[in-house]
Design a protein around this ligand. Structure first.
Ligand code: PRX
Length: 650
């Protein structure tokens, strides 16, 4: 989809099946009637301060706020004057209840090792690690980078940072050394926590080695803490690098949670935009926690006895909000799995569901498409009867994948919550409420209370039912990003510059006659590869940084498993290109950005199609990458022969 036709984005998807929740599910759900939802939604729209002020009573405040909401988008302040601590809300407040001995985190490593941390265990580890951070000079307001595998120490480190008011910046373990140093430098991180290595499909991912490489270009980092995970041989630099175990052995388990301002920065998470370097999305303390807490409760219908499993990596926002902060603030049992879904075989997820009697399962469409490809024989070998609710996130789910999830995993019994949200929104925005919303395969259905979306034209004019346009938010919500770290101007320009007074984060959508939203994908030059946002521009820069590359243009194309694949058109400085060169460029992109950005296709081209003003005509490249006939206007093309040449090379 391109921005130039967003006046009326053409919709082709027609889906009329609906699936209401079972009466049994509805009977016990937190929100279970349309009237209740309507009343909450209307109240939140008309009186956001009243609504969210009431919701905030679900959190433990050291000091109540003076005002719930000050200002308007983009400059909003939530719970100004309030004092709160996220780690206190996720841990301490549960210790005086029956949750003290309840499992907070159930973890399984890829090789099959397991750990269970009860709330009091997690509290103790977090207090100790908070003291470790302090002993290495980390103070309230400092930034700490976390580059770790999916092990409990990652959650411990996050909660320890929030306990002392250090702002964490998690870098997904699939990113390269350069990506880490860019983020370290942008955030001016003081310390990095990593592991010797992590397990992935039976192989060791050498995290510490990658960190070492990043540190040649990260002058702000003073100390490195290393968790011993696989026993891999790593180099430890004296007075810079410390083993987690050794520091923890000497740490006190006594550490008060600091009373922080509601707007204190909780974390930075870098995400791709269409231009420039990655954007440091900043979330703050009170509003974010409130959003993560309430949306977890509403959407996942969390109950005391549930075992809840979100399969995301904590390196993405989904893991922040729905593995760690949301579930723990609710006193839930959250499961964490370290490795790949197909290790040692394709039944691993279903085996885990049976083994731990998982009740709520939250995964991504890209994973569901892989499960379908691997075959029903894998889930069918296991008892999945503990499941009561299923969820998806990250990209539009195609109705066929939705139906498979419903039938083969949910046995036509479990509601599916298709949750639309973004790194920037902090928490789920549009989603079914499982106890009441009749679902339609492929639609994320209706906005949650406090979320007031609209579909508009490029001129901010509202569109009618079933007219495709730009998805915007018309009112602020507590868990929205507050800024892009160190670049407030870019924040205002990116999200509020296009449509004045409205939050726009790049998706096209339509609303149907029942008020259901259907997300149509990104309208900017951002790809959604396996649910991960990648900027075409960053991949292009990575390619052009290779000394043989003169020019590169990157576009997405439909991909069976990944949703969108990465196609790179490359013009070399000399020569025609070869398979060796393709491999070399693939490795180069992986080194620059990480394995997440591995190109699916590299096509060498003598030139790429440009307009007379020199803009690459991506629409044409998208057609070529997808193997489609070129549709639409080519009259602005500078050189017609370029297109023919590109096609010949297919
Ligand atoms: O395009 C939308 C898509 O993922 C984008 C947000 O990506 P990110 O910030 O990485 O966060 C992913 C996890 C929250 C959105 O702009 N997206 C996310 N969820 C859905 C979706 N598209 C359709 N349906 C969804 N449920």
């Amino acid at each position: 989809m391109s921005a130039d036709n967003s006046q009326g984005i053409k919709t082709v998807l027609q889906e009329s099946r609906t699936f209401p929740p079972t009466p049994e599910f509805s009977a016990n759900a937190h929100i279970n009637s349309e009237e209740q939802y309507q009343a909450m939604w209307q109240r939140a729209k008309d009186d956001p301060a009243g609504f969210w002020g009431e919701m905030a009573e679900n959190l433990d405040w050291f000091q109540k706020w003076d005002s719930v909401l000050e200002g308007d988008m983009p400059e909003t302040k939530w719970f100004n004057g309030g004092k709160i601590n996220v780690s206190h809300n996720c841990l301490d407040r549960h210790l005086t209840t029956g949750r003290k001995n309840k499992a907070a985190i159930i973890w399984e490593g890829e090789p099959g090792d397991t750990r269970v941390l009860r709330y009091q265990d997690l509290h103790r580890e977090v207090c100790k690690f908070a003291n470790v951070l302090k002993s290495l000079g980390v103070e309230t307001g400092d930034r700490v980078t976390l580059y770790m595998p999916m092990i409990p120490e990652l959650a411990i480190a996050m909660l320890a940072c929030s306990r002392i008011g250090a702002t964490h910046s998690i870098v997904f373990g699939g990113f390269s050394a350069d990506a880490i140093s860019d983020r370290n430098n942008d955030a001016q991180s003081k310390l990095i926590v990593t592991a010797d290595a992590g397990w992935r499909r039976g192989k060791e991912i050498p995290l510490k080695k990658t960190v070492d490489e990043s540190l040649t270009k990260s002058p702000s980092i003073e100390k490195v803490i290393v968790v011993k995970r696989t026993g891999a041989n790593v180099e430890m630099v004296p007075d810079r690098d410390y083993w987690w175990d050794e520091l923890m052995a000497g740490a006190s388990a006594d550490c008060d949670a600091i009373e922080l301002d509601a707007e204190h920065p909780l974390f930075i998470l870098y995400t791709s935009g269409s231009t420039g370097k990655p954007k440091g999305v900043l979330h703050t303390t009170g509003g974010y926690l409130l959003g993560a807490t309430m949306t977890s409760r509403w959407v996942f219908d969390l109950k005391e006895e549930d075992t809840y499993w979100c399969t995301a990596d904590i390196g993405w926002i989904t893991g922040h909000s729905y593995i760690v902060y949301g579930p723990l603030a609710n006193g839930a049992t959250t499961m964490m799995y370290e490795g790949a879904p197909n290790w040692p075989d394709e039944g691993r997820f279903w085996e885990l569901i049976e083994k731990y009697q998982v009740n709520i399962f939250y995964t991504a469409p890209t994973a569901i498409r892989a499960f379908i490809k691997w075959g029903d024989q894998w889930p069918n070998q296991y008892d999945l009867s503990s499941l009561r609710l299923l969820g998806t996130v990250g990209e539009p789910i195609n109705p066929e994948a939705w139906m498979w999830y419903h039938q083969v995993i949910g046995k036509e019994r479990c509601p599916i919550v298709d949750t639309w949200w973004q790194t920037e929104t902090g928490g789920i925005m549009i989603s079914p409420l499982p106890g009441l919303t009749p679902t339609k395969p492929g639609s994320c259905t209706k906005p949650l209370p406090g979320v007031v979306p609209a579909i508009v034209t490029e001129q901010s004019e509202p569109l009618g039912d079933n007219e495709g346009g730009l998805l915007v938010m018309t009112q602020p919500w507590p868990h929205m990003l507050r800024t892009l770290y160190g670049d407030h101007e870019r924040f205002v320009e990116t999200y509020f510059g296009k449509l004045k007074g409205l939050y726009f984060a790049g998706d096209g959508a339509r609303r149907d006659e029942d008020g259901y939203y259907w997300i149509m994908g990104r309208v900017d030059d951002v790809l959604n590869v396996s649910g991960h946002r990648l900027s075409t521009m960053e991949i292009e820069s990575a390619l052009v940084s290779h000394d043989q590359v003169a020019e590169a243009a990157v576009v997405g194309f439909p991909h069976d498993l990944k949703g969108e694949g990465i196609c790179c058109f490359v013009t070399l400085k000399s020569g025609d290109g070869s398979d060796d060169m393709k491999q070399e460029l693939t490795n180069h992109v992986r080194k620059q950005i990480g394995a997440v950005a591995t190109p699916d296709q590299i096509r060498f081209a003598a030139a790429v199609p440009k307009t007379r003003s020199g803009k690459i005509m991506r629409r044409l490249l998208r057609d070529i990458a997808a193997g489609r006939e070129t549709a639409g206007d080519t009259t602005t093309l500078e050189d017609y022969t370029v297109l023919a040449k590109l096609r010949d090379e297919e």
